[in-house]
Design a protein around this ligand. Structure first.
Ligand SMILES: Cc1ncc(COP(=O)(O)O)c(C=O)c1O
Length: 450
């Protein structure tokens, strides 16, 4: 497949017709808002490697990879083979499988802090189990999380993910802002919000809640905060503080595990007590995992006389996800991680060149095989700095639509790319050239803002 629209095929449905059917039976016509586009979503016919063909036959290069979950692109032959073989033998049983053990052996050998692991079905579930395990272990109720950070949809973890200037409050004591109408006050009361990478303010806020906190939750490169890494100083200071106060340091590496062979946590001298995983470790299938210290993971152990956190899940560790995940992660070895990070760095440099040529106040942040564009002259250092006004968001949507419909490229709608090993230098060239044209296209609107 090549990214072009010359090979159109006749299809009996149009996107609009499919969407008209969808809205009759699915709220808003979609089950995940991520794929919604105005006036309607675009429907896929098939995908292979880094190319996705829609039902009109238009082929697009995929830089989003199902929101960072397809580290080897679409329908990788080795994953298809492994999953097909497993499917012949069954997809889920009320019994154990060796597939789960093989995958657990691989992941625990990969990251030094992963003494034990358990599987679940999504990143949301992994973060939720991590928080509940932290409470069960410490006997304390509160969590601390960064303003703006997305950790899935567990009530406590999603607090202040969408905070905005009208409700975020004083930076010295940010408000806990609910995402969903009707979130109980009790949830807000149990979440301490801190400003990411602001060590002094964060430690002050933690001090005020020390005897109530079960864990401090950190995503080492939080996409929604601005996709810039946590500084070593910040992580080390929080680690030191947690040691003194009987609080756990827990990482959400659902997205960032791709950054190094042993996860983004490998960039720091200190290690989290627990880590939540998801996305790429499923090899294209739904998965989540919780890994970390044996003594903490024991709260989930059914052999304990007092089981502090009973944990199950109908499809947890199903052999399809664990087989696909093991094959994907075996292929994402140290060499593959380095190669992908180099390609993403090349892309960043080429895009920086495009930004210069277009002469627009845009910058780029990221780590490893991920990056994000910001409509700012200088790279943001905090969620409040990275926050986009309604006007800027409208320009970003326009650019995203331009890239999707005119240039046949798929990016995440925050103007982020999450690379897959199937991307090649010519795809990167297409991206930087298309961005040059796209940035010139929105330039008059950017200039009007200032
Ligand atoms: C950092 C982070 N944590 C957790 C999640 C939740 O994962 P899932 O969508 O698999 O529930 C996401 C999803 O985008 C995420 O980006």
């Amino acid at each position: 497949m090549k990214a072009q629209d010359s090979n159109k095929v006749k299809n009996k449905n149009t996107h609009k017709e499919l969407y008209n059917r969808a809205v009759k039976v699915i709220t808003g016509g979609v089950s995940r808002n991520t794929i919604f586009r105005k006036p309607h979503p675009i429907y896929v016919a098939s995908a292979k490697g880094s190319y996705v063909k829609d039902i009109d036959g238009t082929v697009r290069i995929d830089f989003a990879n199902n929101m960072a979950s397809l580290i080897h692109g679409h329908s990788h032959p080795a994953i298809i083979k492994g999953v097909t073989e497993q499917l012949q033998k069954g997809s889920a049983y009320t019994m154990g499988t060796e597939a789960e053990i093989l995958f657990a052996e691989l992941l625990t050998s990969r990251s030094p802090g992963f003494e034990k692991i358990r599987f679940m079905n999504s990143g949301t579930e992994a973060v939720m189990t991590m928080i509940k395990a932290s409470r069960a272990f410490t006997g304390k109720p509160k969590i601390a999380k960064a303003e703006g950070a997305y950790h899935g949809t567990y009530d406590y973890a999603e607090m202040s993910q969408t905070a905005n200037p009208s409700n975020w409050g004083d930076i010295n004591k940010p408000n806990a802002v609910p995402v969903v109408q009707g979130t109980p006050q009790g949830v807000m009361d149990e979440v301490v919000i801190f400003p990411y990478n602001d060590t002094e303010r964060t430690i002050q806020l933690l001090d005020q809640n020390a005897d109530q906190l079960a864990c401090v939750l950190i995503d080492p490169v939080p996409h929604r905060v601005g996709l810039f890494p946590a500084t070593s100083e910040f992580v080390e200071a929080i680690y030191k503080w947690t040691r003194k106060n009987n609080v756990l340091l827990v990482f959400d590496e659902v997205v960032t595990y791709r950054v190094n062979y042993a996860g983004a946590q490998d960039s720091y001298s200190v290690k989290p007590d627990l880590t939540a995983l998801g996305k790429i470790i499923g090899g294209g299938f739904p998965i989540g995992a919780l890994a970390g210290r044996s003594d903490i993971m024991k709260v989930l152990d059914p052999r304990e006389t007092f089981l502090r956190h009973p944990h199950s899940g109908t499809f947890s560790a199903n052999p399809i996800s664990t087989t696909a995940g093991r094959i994907a992660m075996e292929m994402y070895d140290e060499e593959a991680v380095l190669k992908l990070n180099v390609l993403a760095m090349t892309a960043r440099k080429q895009i920086e060149e495009s930004i210069k040529l277009a002469d627009v106040p845009v910058c780029i942040t990221g780590a490893g095989s991920m990056f994000r564009l910001h409509f700012k002259e200088k790279a943001p250092n905090s969620y409040r700095e990275a926050y986009q006004s309604k006007e800027v968001k409208a320009i970003i949507t326009e650019l995203d639509d331009y890239l999707f419909f005119k240039e046949n490229l798929i990016m995440i709608n925050t103007m982020a790319c999450m690379f897959a090993t199937t991307l090649m230098q010519n795809d990167v060239d297409r991206l930087s050239e298309a961005l040059l044209r796209g940035l010139k296209f929105v330039k008059p609107k950017i200039e009007k803002l200032s």
